[in-house]
Ligand binder design. Structure first.
Ligand SMILES: [Fe+2]
Length: 449
């Protein structure tokens, strides 16, 4: 176990005695009635990501976020603030807009009512024809609450719940040294998949599957459960910190080029200067930290300015309950989000946003989770049908593709009479924790209220 101090709110995320031990009935992965409860008790109460702050640069810029059968608009105001509204004309219920855009107002296509950016009615035909009074200047679109964190715009449909930073706690504190708002989204991918959304909550809440599914990872991120740190936070967010060095248990055959050697060379360390693999992994990892601390400025890694020893090399991975995961590394900020299909519990949408820090003189970004190499410029939305892998062929050597390939077997297995309840390893404790927090929401008793 590494000796870096835990946050005071962190529970040991590898200790099942921190759990109640709720059973996980597989019906929750395909039942329509469970899906309906999730809408009523979960999705209408959590904070959702609408998009990135960069998408709302100018007054009138807006993001449309469709979630199940609901739709929300977040729009930049003339004073620079953000407001959020349900995407519906309150006159007669017509949807106002269908995609992100920039406008001076929202004109309803049905009866021509014109709503200002602030949600107040600016004009309508026959203003004098309302016995109950002229609606102009009086009626307002229905609001949702909007806040920002991590360079992202969030909203909630819940008027009563905690504010964003309380909901995310202590996430903002954990990553205060990072500069997420400086990143560039170099890949913006959305994939339609045939599995329940909770496949991803389960998958991202454990790294036990990594050796089996992602063999390219252990040589660069230590997968040993006894060297990683596991944390669970009261609001339902779970984190693992893995060491940014090769696993000693995953030694590559002699003579095979090692990716850690490239990491060392990038910081002017000679990988051949170590007597053996074990010394290279353990001393090289310390030397890498030292080199980064010494050379960050001259190499143009300005985003390293406030990073500490852990943040310079380690690999944090955090699930923000219930449907977002972040990997805030030293050089990239990776965000995944998974959302249910509007009507089918066995379908979902999966988003992968690859955010990179700009470095002077570098035109490309290389990352294992994205199609390589990527130009260091803002990407457009790339929407795909998974289609058994055929719709995303160029991702086939990537970590995320390897997880997509598990979805069909998992979705089938949940319906088998031969499967009852998971038999978890300690390092999978966060998966049951996720379901227990979900159960609390479904029971009308979410954390923090
Ligand atoms: Fe995975």
């Amino acid at each position: 176990m590494n000796d870096i101090a835990k946050h005071p709110l962190a529970m040991d995320g590898k200790d099942p005695s921190n759990l109640r031990g709720d059973p996980i009935d597989p019906e929750r992965y395909y039942s329509r009635s469970f899906m309906e409860k999730e809408w009523q008790q979960l999705w209408t109460r959590i904070w959702h990501i609408a998009g990135r702050e960069q998408q709302l640069a100018e007054p009138g810029d807006f993001i449309v976020h469709d979630f199940m059968k609901e739709s929300v608009i977040v729009v930049k105001q003339t004073d620079g603030s953000l407001k959020g509204f349900y995407n519906v004309c309150i006159h007669r219920s017509q949807r106002l807009v269908w995609q992100d855009n920039s406008q001076k107002s929202f004109a309803c296509p049905y009866h021509g009512w014109v709503w200002g950016l602030d949600g107040v009615l600016e004009d309508c035909p026959d203003r004098g024809d309302f016995p109950q009074g002229d609606p102009v200047g009086k009626l307002k679109l229905s609001k949702v609450r909007v806040q920002t964190w991590g360079g992202m715009v969030w909203y909630t449909m819940d008027d009563e719940g905690p504010d964003l930073l309380t909901y995310l706690a202590p996430t903002a504190e954990l990553y205060k040294n990072h500069q997420f708002e400086r990143t560039v989204r170099v890949n913006w991918l959305r994939v339609a998949l045939n599995t329940n959304w909770k496949f991803w909550s389960d998958n991202f809440n454990e790294s036990y599957h990594t050796r089996t599914v992602h063999p390219q990872v252990p040589p660069i991120i230590d997968q040993d459960h006894f060297t990683s740190r596991y944390e669970m936070f009261p609001m339902g967010h779970n984190r693992i910190i893995q060491m940014g060095r090769p696993s000693l248990r995953d030694r590559l055959p002699d003579g095979v080029p090692h990716p850690f050697d490239d990491a060392l060379r990038a910081w002017d360390i000679d990988p051949d200067s170590y007597p053996d693999f074990e010394t290279k992994a353990m001393q090289g990892w310390l030397d890498l930290k030292a080199a980064k601390k010494k050379l960050w400025k001259e190499k143009g890694f300005l985003h390293y300015e406030h990073l500490d020893d852990e943040e310079l090399t380690e690999s944090p991975f955090q699930v923000l309950f219930p449907n977002v995961a972040i990997a805030p590394g030293a050089d990239s900020f990776l965000v995944w989000r998974w959302e249910p299909h509007p009507t089918d519990p066995e379908k979902c949408y999966f988003d992968q946003w690859t955010m990179a820090y700009p470095i002077e003189g570098q035109a490309e970004f290389v990352n294992r989770t994205a199609v390589n190499p990527l130009r260091l410029v803002e990407a457009e939305l790339d929407f795909r049908e998974y289609d058994n892998g055929a719709g995303v062929q160029e991702y086939s050597d990537q970590v995320v593709f390897q997880d997509w390939q598990l979805t069909a077997g998992q979705t089938a297995g949940w319906r088998s009479r031969g499967y009852r309840d998971p038999y978890f390893a300690a390092q999978e404790t966060r998966v049951r924790r996720f379901h227990e927090v979900l159960n609390d929401y479904i029971a009308g008793n979410p954390p923090g209220r």
